[in-house]
Design a protein around this ligand. Structure first.
Ligand SMILES: Nc1ncnc2c1ncn2[C@@H]1O[C@H](COP(=O)(O)OP(=O)(O)OP(=O)(O)O)[C@@H](O)[C@H]1O
Ligand SMILES: [Mg+2]
Length: 147
C-alpha cells in the first residue's frame, strides 16, 4: 500500500439500478471506522449516489452489460477520494455538462443538478471523459475531525 494511504477499497459492479444503494452502503462501511461526522457521511453518500446514477443512466444509456468501478481511498491526512468510472458513452462537453440545469435527458424529467450537487457536498470534483469511451468522476473531501 502506498505510504500516504490509510485504507483503500475497489469494487466493480454491473450497471443495475439496485447497485446505486450498494455504493452508498460501501461508502458507509468504508468510512464508519474512522472519525466521520453524520453530516459528512450523508454528503459523501449523496455525491457518490449522483455520480453512480449518472454512470448508470447516461454512461450506459441503451447499452447492455456495462460495469461501473468505484475506488475509495482514505489518505493519512484525512482526505477521502472516491473515483467512479464507467466505459460508456462519454461526455461531449464536460464544462457544459457541469453547468446547473444542463441535462441531455429531459425525457425522463431530469433536472441537470447532479454535478452541482456533487460540487456542493464535496470539496473538489474532477471529471475526465473521452467521448464514446469512458467517464471518470473524482470526488474529494477532507474529514473535519481527523487528527
Ligand atoms: N457518466 C456519464 N456518462 C455520460 N454522460 C454523462 C455522465 N454523467 C453525466 N453525463 C452528462 O452530463 C449531464 C449533466 O449531468 P447531471 O448529473 O448534472 O444532470 P442529469 O443527470 O441530467 O440530471 P439529474 O442529475 O438532476 O437527475 C447529463 O445529462 C449527461 O448528458
Ligand atoms: Mg445526474
Amino acid at each position: 500500500m502506498r505510504r500516504n494511504v490509510k485504507n483503500s477499497l475497489s469494487a466493480v459492479f454491473s450497471a443495475q439500478s439496485e447497485n446505486e444503494s450498494l455504493a452508498r452502503v460501501m461508502a458507509a462501511g468504508f468510512l464508519l471506522p474512522h472519525p466521520v461526522t453524520a453530516e459528512e457521511l450523508a454528503d459523501i453518500k449523496t455525491a457518490l449516489s449522483e455520480a453512480v446514477t449518472n454512470a448508470l443512466v447516461h454512461g450506459y444509456r441503451e447499452m447492455e452489460g456495462g460495469r461501473v468501478k468505484v475506488d475509495f481511498c482514505l489518505f493519512s491526512d484525512g482526505r477521502v477520494r472516491i473515483t467512479v468510472t464507467d466505459h460508456g458513452h462519454g461526455i461531449e462537453d464536460v464544462e457544459r455538462a457541469r453547468e446547473p440545469f444542463f441535462t441531455t435527458d429531459r425525457a425522463h424529467e431530469r433536472g441537470g443538478m447532479g454535478f452541482s450537487i456533487m460540487e456542493t457536498f464535496m470539496d473538489r470534483v474532477r471529471v475526465k471523459s473521452v467521448l464514446g469511451r469512458s467517464t471518470r468522476v473524482v470526488l474529494e473531501k477532507r474529514l473535519s475531525l481527523w487528527k
